[in-house]
Design a protein around this ligand. Structure first.
Ligand code: PMV
Length: 323
């Protein structure tokens, strides 16, 4: 009753922001992402007869409270499906620095969904795994399939899952994450999603989502960098406009964030294939072609306020490690 899984985080090109059901994490719009290779969470789950409670060890530290409760919710679902009652020991590690603005919950819940279902003897198919991961963190649904991934909003719980539209080797892209702040504690996405509907701009963002999704899908399938760049930057800006106009307002951008955004736009105007996208934090994901990754990293490192640059290429699906 033991299994270990590895999953990558992902970066969203068309963002998920706001739920139609916060508990089930059913989104108000579909979204798109790519998995980030080289950045990973490894999670081992062991169901044990001798445990009275679930245990969570995250980066060598025992977790209690809300973090453990969120993990136990997924384990309860797995126990119910498998007809078992054993509690579990969960040991999880990230190979990327926490606080670097890379959403670790996507990789964490994708790895947990795969490892826990397998350890309980369940053989979930990819959509079922994606739904299970989604219950822990919406974006985790997109870290189950590999490469370039679409999460369809679906009609109900079962049909809201993610699938790959192209494998990792479809397009040699890279993500250079410009880290401008490591310490600041922001409003997390679980608290942020319910605020989305308080912005008068959210209705327009959601109404226009099918157009942005189609443009993004076409741009990826056609490997049209210009089309891709303009739709992804626009989508990120629209999400941040919603965040800034929600009640309470969420301002994630800092002076260095804007400096990176301005530089990226200027570099693109000069012919460098780059664009930015920003999640619920101040750090900037700068997407480029794999062959330009080192050049873009060096240029970002030279900007005032950029403390570090992490790099990743396109990652594959969540997978099991043979114990
Ligand atoms: O999966 P969550 O609840 O952490 O939400 C992710 C929200 C964004 O990162 C801002 C956008 C996205 O689609 O990943």
């Amino acid at each position: 009753m033991k299994s270990t899984a590895i999953a990558n985080p992902n970066i969203a090109f068309i963002k998920y922001w706001g739920n139609r059901d916060d508990d089930l994490r059913l989104p108000v719009n579909g979204s798109f992402s790519m998995n980030l290779d080289g950045l990973a969470t490894k999670t081992q789950v062991i169901f044990r007869e001798d445990l009275a409670e679930d245990q969570l060890i995250l980066n060598e530290k025992e977790e209690h409270g809300a973090g453990l409760a969120r993990v136990s919710k997924i384990l309860d679902e797995v126990r119910a499906a498998a007809g078992i009652s054993f509690r579990a020991e969960v040991v999880s590690e990230n190979n990327f620095p926490t606080g670097a603005g890379i959403a670790s919950s996507a990789a964490a819940f994708a790895a947990l969904a795969l490892a826990s279902s397998k350890a309980a003897g369940l053989e979930f198919d990819e959509p079922a795994l994606s739904v299970l991961a989604r219950h822990g963190s919406g974006s985790a649904s997109r870290s189950i399939p590999g490469g370039f991934v679409e999460w369809q909003m679906g009609e109900d719980d079962k049909s809201s899952y993610a699938f790959s539209i192209a494998p990792a080797d479809h397009w040699d892209l890279a993500d250079c994450v410009a880290v401008v702040n490591t310490g600041h504690k922001e409003t997390g996405s679980t608290q942020g999603h319910p605020l989305a509907a308080t912005s008068p701009l959210q209705a327009a963002r959601v109404a226009d989502a099918p157009r942005r999704i189609k443009t993004c899908r076409d741009a990826i399938l056609e490997r049209d960098f210009e089309k891709f760049a303009s739709i992804v930057e626009a989508d990120s800006d629209i999400m941040h406009a919603v965040m800034m106009t929600s009640n309470p307002a969420l301002f994630y951008w800092q002076p260095a964030t804007l400096r990176v955004m301005d530089s990226v736009r200027a570099w693109r105007a000069e012919g460098l294939p780059v664009f930015y996208t920003i999640d619920a934090g101040p750090n900037v994901h700068v997407i480029t072609l794999r062959e330009k990754m080192d050049e873009v990293k060096a240029q970002l490192m030279a900007l005032e306020g950029v403390k570090d640059v992490l790099t990743a290429t396109v990652g594959g699906p969540a997978h099991l490690l043979t114990d």
